[in-house]
Unconditional design. Sequence first.
Length: 218
Amino acid sequence: MKNQISHTETADEHDFVTKLDQPFHHIYLPFKRLFDLIFATLLMIPASIIILIFMILVKLETPGKCFYSQERVGLMGQSFKVTKLRSMYSDAEKKSGAMWAKKEDPRVTRIGHFMRKIRVDELPQLWSVVKGDMSLIGPRPERPIFTQQFSEDIEGFEQRLLVKPGLSGYAQVHGGYDDTPAQKLSNDMYYIEHFGVLTDIGIFFETIRVVVTGDGAR
């Protein structure tokens, strides 16, 4: 929880951490971690080939790095770095600052739109799953600045941090990048309330549908 973010604050300096309920306990948790480790490791083999292809496409379309890293808020408010394939123009937020995703976002490149549609930009996060910062399935990890803002504006927004953030999740497959924070919270709390292996299996198959159809992408 000592990692730096762009504006020199850390997640534990935000008061949303003090609003969190007691840690979430469930008999499924150790099995979920085992499944995460096994399947994320297996997926990293084919994913590395796909990532390499899109690294080349990103580099050919726009100047700049192929990857970008950001600080995100994870389980019980712990901060960690997430890495993605770059889907926006370099320095897209240099002048505007941090912005919530919106429909037809002009900051997103053509290749970026396609990557987001089939969720390829998220594949490097498999390493975060292996490390234990994330799960394959869980709430989408948000940036500290947004988590703090939404915790102040929307009652209980921080409670989505009671479980590990996920590469995919109930909110991700039932909404889009431009869902309102309140909509995301509602979907994330539904996931926590129905936490279990059957819920995760359902989300897994829904994720396949989203990747194939591009539903929810922006």
